[in-house]
Each structure stands twice: as C-alpha cells, then as structure tokens.
Write a protein that binds this ligand. Sequence first.
Ligand code: FRU
Length: 504
Amino acid sequence: MFAMTVEHKASTNYYREQYRPQFHFTPEENWMNDPNGMVYYNGEYHLFYQYHPNSNVWGPMHWGHAVSEDLVHWEHLPIALRPDENGMIFSGSAVVDWHDTSGFFGGESGLVAIFTHADEYPGTDKPRQRQSLAYSKDNGRTWKLYEGNPVLSEPRIIDFRDPKVFWHEDTGRWVMVIASGQTVSLYTSLNLKDWEFASEFGEGEGSHQGVWECPDLFQLPVDHSTDVKKWVMLVSLGDEPGLEEGSKTQYFVGEFDGKTFVNDNAHDKVLWVDRGWDNYAGVTWSDLPMASGRRVFMGWMSNWRYAIDTPTSVWRSAMTLPRELSLQTTESGVRLIQTPVPDIESIQEDGYLFEDVELKSGGNLFKGLKGNAVDLELDLDVSRANNVRLGLLKSEQEETVLEYDGKNSTLLFDRRRSGDASFHKSFAMTQSITLQAPKGRLKLRIFVDWSSVEVFGGDGEVVLTNLVFPSEESQGLELSTDGTVYVHKAKVSPLRSVWNRAAE
Ligand code: FRU
C-alpha cells in the first residue's frame, strides 16, 4: 500500500512468539517505550515510539514509526528519527502545520515533530535535554532535522523533556507543555521555532513521588455538552522506590487561557489515569478532525519498575489499546472516562452471548469457553451476591483473577498465579480498587491479549491495565459467584489477530 513499507518477514511465525499480543501494537523486534508524535494527517494515524533498533532493552533512542487507517491495523514504516550530533531522540509530539507557520513547507501544510534531543554537556556526564524540530513533506515517510536545532534550551533544569505541542485557536499560538523537573512548563510560539515562556504548573499539585514526564494538555466537553468544556492535563510520574506501584500517570482537570493552567481540584488531590500498573507515558493524538470531536489516548503498556525484565523476545513492550477520552460529572467532581475505540469491534469473531440468565453459586457461566485474545462484555446484577469471580487465562496451575466485592464496592485484581512472575519481585501483586455498581448493576469490559488484561469498569470511569505472562495453554475462562447473579448480558468475543498479513 505504501511505497516505503518495510518488507515483512514472510513467515507463518510472524507475530506468533510466546506472549506476543495479537491486537495491540508491538514493534516487530527490539525495545519500545513511550508513544510519540501521535498525529492524524491525510487519512492516517501516525504512531511514533521510543525505539532501540538493536536491542531488547532501553538504549540510544530513535523514533520508530507505524501508520494506521483505523487505529487497529498497523503498517510498520522505517525508523523516522535517529540520534545525530545533538544526541538521542527522546519523547515528543507532532503536529500538522496547516498554515506553514514554520516556513518549512513553501506555503503548503506538513508534519512537524517537536522532541527532546538528549546528550551530555560537553566534557561532562551531566545530562543535557534540549528541544528540537524535524519536519516531513511526504506524509511522514521521510524526515529532515531542522538545521536550527535545538530550538529551546533551559540549562537550569536537568529534566527538561517530552514537549507536547498543540495549536491554541483563541490566542492564535502554538502552546508547548513540557516536563521540567517536577512541574510542567508552558511556552508559546507563532512559528514552532521561537518559544516564549508562559507559565509553570505543578508545584504543590497532585503527586510528586517521581520525576514528571510526558505531559499533555487538551480540552474536552463535559458530559458531552457543546458549551461546557474543561482542560485536562496528563502528567506521568517516573518510578521511584517510594511509589508502591512503580511508574504511573496522573491527570488534572481545570481551566486554561492560552498561557496558564489552573487546577479545579484541591491541590493535594491525586487522580490516576489508570489504576493498573502497566499504562505509562500515555498522550493523545493531535489533529483528529474537529467534526469527530474525538480525543484518542494511547499509553505504553509497561512499568519502568520491571520493563526491561519482562520475559519476551524478540520484541519488548506493547502499547495499550487506543482509548477515546471524555469527561463526566460524578459525585466527586469531573472525571476522565476511557472507552476502547469502537473500531476494535471490527476484529471480533462470532462468540457467545448470554442474555437474561441466572448464575448460581457452584456454576461457571463460561464453562468450556477458552481464549487468550478475547473481548468480554459483562452487564450483571450483583445485588444478590457478595462475590463475583472472573477467572482469565486459566489452567490448573495458572489464573488471572478479577473479583468483585459488592459489599465494599471493590474490584480485586490478582496476578500472583497468572504465569511467569519470577522476573521481578514486584510483579506478583494483587490490587483492590473502588468500583461502584449502581443499584447492583456491575458493568465490565475486559480485553485479554495473551500477555495483558485491560479492564474498563462501569462507563469507563475506572480503568485497569495489567501485564501477565501465562503459558499458552492457560486459556480457560470462569464466571462464578457465591450467591446469585442475574446476567443481563455476558458476551465473549474472540478477537482476530491484526498481525497476520505476512501469512495471508
Ligand atoms: C518516559 C521517558 C521520557 C523520555 C523517554 C526516554 O518513559 O523517560 O521522559 O523522553 O522515556 O526514552
């Protein structure tokens, strides 16, 4: 389809290694971390990512590249950005420069990437992080590093990285949010090359248990309203021994006037994007067509605590499913809602649908059902049960467990017996999260993909993303209870691989 598409390895073993996700994005080979430069242009969703092309662990960072027309099927493209005399290519963003404000495109539009160049101050081992540009005139197929790089330096700040840029219509300026130690700094520009400091957000706000990384800032409607909107700032927190769960991503909801972000919540209120352990450095796509009103997020499905130890080869790490974001007013305030992009349903195979049945103690609704790439949709009345148990990726030896405790409104996730957990002492964990079942109605949407479980609870107000490494034989499913559960709906849909092109 694309002239520059990489030759796929023509083998039926393509994307069939142990643990290989079948409908999540993974690089063909080697190490990947943060999603970068996500931008939509001329009918394609671009995904760049932190990539080490020669190793299965982190190293000199490049930008790997893939494109998709539906956010589900991906086409791998050649590496977009390689380290040069200014250093490694760390995380950053990309925008469509529709009106050629940069002057790179001779009056036309084109793609500009804004990223961190990382090296050391000459003659020292002191890290130096400066912001640079690259641009593409051919739909992202080839990139030129701007000869005026770097365009933004701040020698007083050591951790100064991961610029996310967007066009702010009301002030007619580009805005950059960038991690600056344990705050986010905001800059503005008319041409993407000259940046002016606007404000700093974050001191005394939210969690400061780790270095701040990978910010994003965007506006979303509240409760699907056309006039009430709020700004959301995402901030990832690097792993520190004090953080029990390793690296995590927090968010703030507030107001933004083109220069300053003001948090609506109490300063010490911490809101997490994902309650699981394996969703980090996530940001959103730029330049999605306004008419669609969409804001789509994707994170790196791992955790700095153990990312380099996970037992996979020849690749390491996957991205989360792409998720649509919205805001909903709840009892505790305006909160982020995440739902998987609807296009994921295009890979559903015929499965099993249970409707209006009663499940009693001792029974397993999913008896005989199996799958390590499945989409589970549950709508249950749990008011006559203390406990509802969902077993995933199950065999005699292994099982990933989700258990709902209706009395305490908690969802327990347990991966202690999920499979290989030996590679890091933090991996075999259980966690318990508050999830409401209003009037006894428990709604869960769960995606299992060989080595990951993503849980969307309720309307998507509680999300949990966790890695697991079960043996291939562990595919059983269980839905059971200690009382009586009325099953309004339980749908089990096997999902097709999106990586089978080489075998076709
Ligand atoms: C986040 C991060 C970024 C940095 C990149 C380097 O995971 O640490 O702050 O730009 O990874 O690969």
